[in-house]
Design a protein around this ligand. Structure first.
Ligand code: NAP
Length: 369
């Protein structure tokens, strides 16, 4: 038996659209597959449009479901490496605004940590009994375990770890030394591995937790002048994918964020190093505010997203570079399947333009020399 509403829709369509044969006037006339095909032909575009609209509504329904929170930052202990500046600091603010009970920020420079702590404490809601804690440590240090144990003593266990500490570097491959590669990999990759290793056993014991890695758009696509940085940020994504597979059974979810150029002290410092090619390629995107990136990250954690992208370009690149990443929701999967072909085409246009920039600027530089 067909539901009444579907019966009415199909009956209506029977009388609408370009008819090749005398259309059937009643649903009772539809008995077998042949009749269904006849109905489709007789209804022409009407049926196609109706199916499209139904699919769209179904997708919209799934999409709305995907917006529901699966996790709540309220009442949690959130530890942010690199929390004294830029994206990390903005995430610390956002976590407090979302009701986190304890926010621990970790970085090396104590003065910066104290200044950020005072800034964050202004956001505290007294009745929520929120606290801001600081730990001065180097994420690459052998003593990190000890420093974290001391810095976290007397506090509730960490529920959410955000690995935001990172450094950047831009120069062509010829001007990048093996030591530059080592430094990038040390801080950006091992500097995320070490805190995760220290805090994970506790999360596994509690069978709950969230771990976030901060990669970059340079961890999804080639950008001129970032061989060392890109290598480290692609590695972060690989790390996050495998870790999610290993930890899901423990009810621990992993996310990875891919920020575009974001207005932070890191970006300000890097702008001076940028070659004309890097500047021209960066000109295709806009500079995001750290607050907006932080909002996406916190929202992504609460919705249980694996890939956290930022803005429309980020969404487009996220779909193209989705690869074999874990599926977080049916709505996302459908979006990826439907958009992938077209987005790949758009991506091809971008990458061709990027190669053209390299050719043009290299020619220009040769002429000037
Ligand atoms: N800004 C962008 O355009 C952008 C774009 C894509 C991705 N990202 C990524 O986002 C993350 C945050 O970048 P940001 O722009 O917020 O940078 P930022 O403003 O320079 O902040 C970096 C933070 O990391 C800390 N840090 C650096 N090295 C550390 C170490 N060895 N041990 C402990 N803490 C360390 C810094 O404090 P101390 O120096 O005091 O230790 C600071 O708190 C990085 O992973 C970066 O690669 C940034």
């Amino acid at each position: 038996m067909m539901p009444g509403w579907l019966d009415s829709v199909l009956t209506y369509l029977l009388q609408w659209g370009p008819h090749h044969d005398p259309p059937k006037q009643n649903m009772d006339d539809i008995d077998d597959l042949e009749d269904v095909f006849e109905l489709m032909f007789s209804c022409g575009w009407g049926l196609v449009v109706a199916i499209f609209v139904l699919l769209l509504l179904f997708w919209l329904f799934l999409y709305l479901l995907s917006l529901r929170n699966q996790y709540n930052l309220a009442g949690k202990h959130v530890l942010i490496t690199g929390g004294s500046s830029g994206i990390g600091k903005a995430v610390a603010k956002e976590a407090l605004l979302r009701g986190a009970e304890v926010v621990t920020i970790l970085a090396r420079n104590e003065e910066k940590l104290e200044a950020t702590k005072s800034e964050l404490e202004r956001l505290i809601t007294p009745k929520l009994d929120q606290r801001v804690n600081t730990i001065s440590a180097d994420v690459c240090s052998e003593e990190l375990q000890e420093e974290l144990e001391i810095g976290l003593s007397g506090l509730p266990p960490v529920d959410v770890l955000i690995n935001s500490a990172g450094i950047t570097f831009t120069a062509s491959f010829q001007d990048t030394t093996p030591q530059d590669f080592e430094k990038q990999l040390q801080v950006n990759v091992l500097g995320s591995v070490r805190p995760t290793k220290v805090l994970l056993p506790d999360m596994i014991e509690k069978q709950q937790g969230r771990i976030v890695f901060i990669s970059s758009m340079a961890g999804q696509t080639a950008l001129y002048g970032y061989t060392a940085y890109s290598a480290s940020k692609y590695a972060v994504r690989g790390l996050a994918e495998v870790l999610d597979m290993e930890l899901k059974v423990h009810n621990i979810r992993v996310s990875v964020s891919f920020p575009p150029d974001t207005d932070t002290p890191m970006l300000q410092g890097e702008l001076g190093q940028r070659s004309p090619i890097v500047k021209a390629q960066a000109g295709f995107g806009s500079v995001f505010k750290a607050e907006s990136v932080a909002r996406d990250i916190c929202r992504g954690i609460e919705r249980g997203k694996f890939l956290i992208t930022h803005g429309f370009d980020g969404f487009l690149l996220g779909v193209i570079a989705t690869g074999m990443s874990p599926v977080y929701h049916w709505a996302t999967l459908i979006t990826e399947v439907v958009c992938l072909g077209l987005f790949r085409l758009v991506g091809c246009v971008y990458i061709t333009l990027f190669y053209n920039i390299v050719r043009r600027e290299t020619k220009k530089a040769k002429k000037q020399n």
